[in-house]
Design a protein around this ligand. Structure first.
Ligand code: SF4
Length: 744
């Protein structure tokens, strides 16, 4: 057991949980001396435990960063210039409340667009769907957003196929798997629970065969896999359909499972055999599309059908493509065809991977209110066109909480125009991000070290609940989002926003959740682990006793064919999973102009775009564009050469990394680097979203990995000496100026 606090030692230790948006919730032991954090350690127990990654262990540098925002800032130059002056909270709250009141009275509350996202996580202080939504619900409404940028395709598939989002197994299941397929999944970097890497390594030691399917031989594949299968981005569904075709052709499917637990297999089989479109989905058909040799497809299907139990872990990256929801649905059908659902060591492929065990049953409540919604991929279009573009509202105020919107949404150059449209932009932030630079007012917020909450694993991807103790007092004049909205509610005469103190809320959340200890007992612990007498397996009871335990779908079975989807009568959202030719895929005519498919994996040192400004973590990130040897040679590009990556939407200049660890025709650039334009408007920060297309998939997927580009050597390369510095942040603090330092 890790002590929560050791008051006998000279150093004090306070434990908390890392709360960033990566799915894990790792234990942090924060050492203090004289009220200052001196160092951070983590769970010292051997694995499996709640060990933190370098990002969590670098939170001292985050909380004390010299460019941390610690006073409210008001824009003093052109929007986007980064020129701000500090103002008092009194003035800042007066401005925000008057703007909200003005717009509500003149245009209606839906003229406020709320973009609250996953910048910080927690049932009380989490920014996604909590404090801001509670405020705006009581305010009278606003326009909200929908569409999860990471997993919307998986959410769609989970609900359509299984009728629930809880499709995940605990990671110890890997110990029973004979085969593990890491499909577009790189958990050694993205984590998805502190124990994922450990159990995968153990499974390998026990003899599990591990296959990596990815356009790039990612770090997890390199470390763990016996085989790398290269598939062209946006074409994974075709590969899955061809695997299903092989199972049928060789009679390898689990007939009993399909008959007992599924509906719609015959329609799916008919589609595979080409009964409706005359095109059998053979390995030869898929080879043309995916680039995977037909022999490899046949062998892959046979291995998946014979090595049981098998975990086909369908990662979210292939779902972040045009028609990405079809990939998740097809993966789910494969796991049903092989009978890998509901069994130890198997896996419900294609779902969200969430588990219902140990989930808190209560969070900061949001009073129900029907609000118009805009998909995250449409935000810029909605700002630019408003009702004239058939969007629900003409946006006058953009209210951003926990989101580096400009950097992380698709098509930055369109975003730059769109961010000039609202009459007023408010941003709650820790740092002067590329988005915050476009604010009219920035409200500085606390870090999770500066408040109390509950460290709940994201979607219960592990089973540890960690008391998030307050480590230090809020730096400077920062306030929590909850405190900011409390103040605004008071000014606007909104009653009932802050019904309870933080502690009262947290007690309520815990006591409403079965299996959790009393609050006081829980607070004495460093963490609380939910015990599993055996590995948690999604749908175990549905499989063991289907009569008593139907699936929560309309048919009570796994829906290979979804009547609900059929009733939508949209050929782009078919009732069975189909390969639909994606935009900006390898067969788009646009490849003649832009022949490389650009993908954007996560970086080791960032959580999405967070921590880009933290020098200690920078060396973990790679700002280079990765190219195959063949593609580099044909462009006369050597490793380390400066290159320009471009398409009709934008361009960036970076350097090339030339390797055989990525397939020909594909380029890769890590997501999350901060947008940093030079004087010509060319990005020098390696921010991929200057290139991505702002379009949503019909089922809602966020298609950031459907993006065609060209890469050329940059012969007139000049070192970038612009106002933001090569990586963006160092000069932002200086630019924002004297006002930002010595504020604490
Ligand atoms: S960033 Fe994620 S994996 Fe790393 S310590 Fe924090 S919660 Fe854990």
């Amino acid at each position: 057991m890790v002590p929560k606090e050791d008051s006998t030692a000279e150093e004090r230790v306070v434990t908390t949980a890392c709360s960033w948006d990566c799915g894990s919730r790792c234990l942090l032991k924060v050492y203090l001396s004289g009220g200052r954090i001196t160092r951070i350690e983590t769970d010292e127990r051997p694995m499996p435990s709640l060990k933190a990654c370098p990002r969590g262990l670098s939170q001292r540098e985050v909380v004390y960063a010299p460019d941390r925002l610690t006073r409210p800032l008001k824009r003093a130059g052109a929007r986007g210039s980064g020129d701000f002056i500090p103002i008092s909270w009194e003035e800042a709250l007066k401005i925000v409340s008057e703007q909200l009141q003005r717009v509500k009275e003149n245009y209606g509350p839906e003229s406020v667009l709320l973009m609250d996202y996953s910048g910080s996580q927690g049932p009380l202080h989490g920014t996604n769907g909590r404090s801001a939504r509670r405020f705006f619900s009581l305010f009278g409404g606003c326009t909200g957003v929908f569409g999860n940028t990471s997993q919307e395709a998986a959410l769609f598939s989970s609900m359509a196929t299984f009728g629930t989002l809880f499709t995940g197994n605990s990671r110890d299941n890997f110990l029973y798997s004979k085969l593990i397929i890491l499909w577009g999944w790189n958990p050694l970097v993205t984590r998805f629970g502190p124990d994922t890497g450990f159990y995968l390594s153990q499974a390998k030691k026990r003899g599990a065969k591990i296959i990596c399917i990815d356009p790039q031989f990612n770090p997890s594949g390199r470390r763990l896999a016996d085989q790398w299968i290269q598939v062209k981005p946006s074409t994974d569904t075709a590969l899955l359909l061809a695997m299903a075709y092989v199972l049928i052709a060789e009679n390898l499917q689990d007939h009993r499972f399909l008959e007992t637990y599924t509906v719609g297999f015959d329609q799916f089989k008919g589609h595979l055999l080409g009964k409706e479109d005359g095109i059998p989905k053979t390995p030869g058909w898929a080879e043309e599309i995916t680039g995977v040799p037909r022999g490899v497809i046949v062998e892959l299907a046979r291995v998946y059908a014979s090595l049981k139990p098998a975990a086909l872990c369908a990662g979210w990256a292939p779902g972040r493509t045009a028609f990405g929801e079809q990939y998740h649905r097809a993966a789910s059908v494969l796991s049903a065809m092989t009978g890998n659902i509901g069994v130890q060591g198997g896996y419900v492929s294609g779902g969200t991977g969430r588990m219902p065990v140990g989930t808190l049953k209560k969070f900061l409540p949001v009073p129900p209110r029907t609000m118009p919604l805009i998909h995250v991929a449409d935000i810029y279009d909605a700002l630019l066109k408003g009702k004239g573009g058939e969007y629900p509202s003409d946006i006058k105020i953009l209210y951003i909480v926990g989101c580096n919107l400009l950097n992380q949404l698709l098509n930055i150059n369109k975003g730059l125009k769109a961010l000039q449209v609202p009459e007023f932009i408010v941003v709650h932030e820790l740092f002067l991000t590329p988005t915050a630079r476009y604010a009219d007012l920035i409200l500085p917020v606390t870090h999770f070290f500066e408040r109390e909450d509950i460290g709940q694993p994201w979607g219960s991807m592990s089973s540890g609940f960690i008391p998030m103790n307050k480590v230090i007092e809020p730096r400077g004049q920062t306030k929590s989002d909850l405190a900011i909205f409390t103040d605004l509610a008071e000014r606007l005469g909104i009653s009932g926003y802050r019904e309870k103190s933080d502690e009262e809320w947290l007690k309520e959340f815990l006591s409403a959740s079965p299996g959790m200890p009393d609050y006081e007992i829980w607070k004495e612990k460093s963490f609380f682990e939910v015990e599993h007498p055996r590995p948690w397996v999604a749908f175990r009871k549905e499989i063991e006793n289907p009569q008593e335990n139907p699936f929560p779908t309309p048919s009570g079975k796994i829906e290979i064919y979804s009547q609900k989807l059929a009733e939508m009568k949209n050929p782009l959202i078919p009732p069975i999973p189909k390969y639909i030719e994606p935009w900006e895929g390898p067969r788009d005519p646009l490849v003649r102009k832009y022949p490389l498919q650009l993908i954007s994996p996560h970086a080791r040192g960032r959580s999405n775009s967070m921590f880009e400004n933290i020098p200690k973590l920078k060396p973990l990130n790679d700002l280079r564009v990765v190219l195959n040897l063949q593609d580099a040679r044909s462009r006369d590009i050597q490793d380390g050469d400066p290159v320009r990556v471009f398409n009709d939407r934008g361009q960036l200049i970076t350097t090339a990394k030339v390797t055989d660890q990525i397939m020909p025709g594909v380029a890769s650039l890590e997501a999350g680097a901060w947008y940093c334009p030079d004087e010509k408007g060319i990005d020098r920060g390696a921010c991929i979203n200057v290139l991505t297309k702002d379009a949503k998939s019909p089922g809602g997927a966020f298609p950031c990995n459907s993006c065609l580009v060209q890469v050329e050597i940059e012969r007139n390369f000049t070192e970038f000496q612009g106002p933001l510095g090569a990586h963006g942040q160092d000069k932002i603090a200086i630019k924002a100026g004297k006002s930002l330092d010595s504020q604490d």
